[in-house]
Design a protein around this ligand. Structure first.
Ligand code: ADP
Length: 159
């Protein structure tokens, strides 16, 4: 039984994140999508909103469960019995950042490894930051986010 943890800010969850989850759900028995509470980032969506958006967006993936955590992702992963953290790797620009997190996590918890998954080509340059900017400018979000997230973004910027 391979249970893995996919931690992140998910502000908001994108089609790129879903693509990673769909790939992971083929190779692992259970995936815990863990939404980070305190991230040091000023998020557009609250922790509750981010978690709820992830829940609805992952409803079609029976082996994905969604929860949130505060503190260190690696400690959370261990507390859930996960020996693997999965992260998505897009362009080279992700590499140094992701490598430093993975190495730090390994130092903190020897029993937890990081596996990287590469998204499909069309999601390589998609980020939550870009999505928030497009949404704020009332741009077309087709193919960037699941339908429930598109609606939430439109409502957010209507306010
Ligand atoms: P962070 O956890 O660094 O705040 P995110 O919540 O945006 O970042 O993303 C969580 C994980 O998903 C990270 O490993 C990130 O590289 C990955 N990710 C983000 N966007 C995509 C995408 N379009 N395709 C694949 N992976 C992605």
């Amino acid at each position: 039984m391979k249970k893995v943890c996919y931690p992140g800010t998910f502000d908001p969850i994108s089609s790129g994140h879903i693509n990673i989850l769909e790939k992971a759900s083929v190779h692992f028995d259970e995936i815990i999508l863990a939404v980070a509470g305190v991230t040091g980032k000023n998020t557009l969506f609250s922790l509750e909103e981010r978690t709820e958006l992830c829940r609805s967006a992952c409803a079609h993936l029976p082996n994905v469960t969604v929860t949130f955590f505060n503190g260190l992702a690696v400690e959370f992963a261990k507390s859930q019995g996960c020996e693997i953290i999965i992260r998505g790797l897009r362009a080279v620009s992700d590499f140094e950042y992701e490598l430093s997190i993975a190495l730090t996590n390994k130092k903190l918890e020897k029993c937890v490894d990081t596996f990287f998954l590469i998204p499909s080509y069309r999601y390589l340059y998609l980020s939550s930051t870009i999505i928030r900017q497009v949404a704020e400018a009332r741009g077309n979000l087709t193919d960037m986010v699941p339908e429930n997230v598109r609606i939430a973004l439109e409502n957010k910027f209507k306010q």
